[in-house]
Design a protein around this ligand. Structure first.
Ligand SMILES: [Zn+2]
Length: 132
């Protein structure tokens, strides 16, 4: 019954392959979750320059005013450790539609206003990870 044993062998290989794929998938999932860290600060960059920094633990509502004549506004809300844009007068409204951010490295970008809201681990002046 050579045929049968070959079939079994192939079946075993399939199971091993499936198990390996599963292990890789689980490991990748765990790795991603482990690297997702809650941030401590919410930094606001305007045209690439850091302008404001808030603790993510404070509950604030802040108007970010940009544009040459202060004609652009984005309303930043930090609440319950999450940051979001409540309102904005940009044409696309993508920043307003963005979900809340709370993990290190997450950003909300308002392209028309050149505003970037980013969650960071530490305030920028203590940021030792910064690449020069
Ligand atoms: Zn916007």
């Amino acid at each position: 019954m050579k045929n049968n044993s070959e079939k079994n062998q192939r079946k075993r290989n399939d199971i091993i392959l499936a198990a390996v794929i599963l292990i890789i998938a689980v490991a990748g999932f765990l790795f991603l979750n482990a690297t997702k860290k809650n941030g401590s600060y919410v930094v606001v960059k305007i045209d690439g320059v850091e302008k404001y920094s808030y603790s993510i633990t404070e509950n604030i509502t802040k108007e970010i005013i940009t544009g040459e004549n202060g004609e652009y506004t984005n309303t930043l809300v930090i609440k319950d450790g999450k940051a979001s844009v409540l309102t904005a007068n940009c044409p696309d409204g993508i920043c307003v539609g963005h979900r809340e951010i709370s993990f290190v490295g997450e950003t909300i970008v308002c392209l028309p206003h050149k505003v970037v809201i980013e969650v960071k681990k530490e305030a920028s002046n203590q940021n030792l990870d910064a690449v020069v």
